[in-house]
Design a binder for this molecule. Structure first.
Ligand SMILES: Cc1cc2nc3c(=O)[nH]c(=O)nc-3n(C[C@H](O)[C@H](O)[C@H](O)COP(=O)(O)OP(=O)(O)OC[C@H]3O[C@@H](n4cnc5c(N)ncnc54)[C@H](O)[C@@H]3O)c2cc1C
Length: 250
């Protein structure tokens, strides 16, 4: 098990990036630490704490809601501007002890396959603002989760969501109401276009095409085989679409 040799808490993005891009020192950003501290085998040698960077604000410009990377999931739950469906998904993500530590940026970077909040972000077509020593870029959250994952030496500084949608809804199936859903589908309708995203059907939450759920190749486990998960994606997706067509709560 690697032991942390040094802990840094820089107060500027430049200093944080300089620490993260040093050659030959395995250094990782740490936000809420709920994943990083929970997986000692993957511990880096040094960590760069993001909490003094002032990235925890939630702001709004018209319909664009900007969630700072170190805003806590509980901040998202509590904020008056959070669309109700996203609020419920963030609230379901983890108990309040974890929600008060886990951050928006950490949730995107960790890309947990069962992250309901992340499925909601994908359904809303959220984008991530990423900075590196080469500058700043804005990419679809869906692209951050794929092969392009947040590159070493880069930081997510914010996640932006256009909250001007016609309707939003979600549906999930779990062993009990208190359990994490085996599969959950979140959806948004915007200008006649519906976007659906699901948890539990791949190694990260992903946007799904309801007419092609047979192409999904979910890793099965004791809670559900791959075939059962494909079935759930189709059934729950159809339920969400029906809800959206009836004007589901935004
Ligand atoms: C008991 C327990 C239960 C959990 N249950 C669930 C669950 O049901 N569903 C679920 O989705 N998750 C769950 N998680 C996982 C975890 O809580 C979330 O993924 C959390 O949102 C991660 O956020 P964090 O801020 O704590 O990340 P951290 O642990 O600080 O970091 C996670 C990863 O992201 C990187 N990182 C953090 N911030 C940034 C940034 N701004 N830019 C670039 N990289 C960054 C870190 O280097 C690290 O690799 C659980 C965790 C625990 C301990």
């Amino acid at each position: 098990m690697t032991r942390i040799r040094s802990y840094h808490r820089p107060s500027s993005l430049g200093d944080a990036l300089a620490l993260l891009t040093r050659p030959d020192i395995a250094t990782a950003p740490i936000a809420g630490g709920t994943v990083l501290n929970g997986l000692p085998d993957t511990m880096p040698e040094e960590v760069v704490d993001l909490q003094a960077l002032g990235l925890d604000e939630i702001t709004r410009d018209g319909a664009m809601l900007r969630l700072g990377a170190t805003a806590r999931l509980q901040d998202v739950v509590d904020h008056e501007w959070t669309p109700p469906v996203l609020r419920d998904l963030a609230k379901g993500e983890a108990p309040n002890t974890l929600r008060n530590a886990a951050t928006v940026g950490g949730t995107v970077a960790a890309a947990d396959p069962e992250s309901r909040f992340l499925a909601g972000l994908l359904a809303f077509g959220a984008t991530a603002t990423i900075v590196s020593t080469d500058g700043e870029q804005t990419v679809a959250v869906a692209d951050v989760l794929g092969d392009g994952r947040v590159l070493a030496g880069s930081l997510i500084v914010a996640v932006s969501i256009d909250v001007d949608v016609t309707a939003a809804a979600s549906a999930g199936t779990a062993r009990t109401p208190a359990d994490t859903p085996i599969v959950l589908v979140a959806g948004c309708a915007r200008g006649g276009v519906i976007t659906l995203a699901a948890t539990g059907v791949a190694e990260t939450p992903m946007v799904i095409d309801l007419s092609d759920v047979d192409a999904l190749d979910p890793p099965g486990d004791f809670r559900g085989t791959a075939a059962y998960r494909r079935h759930l994606a189709g059934t729950l997706g159809a339920r969400v679409v029906a809800d959206l067509q009836e004007g589901g709560a935004v």
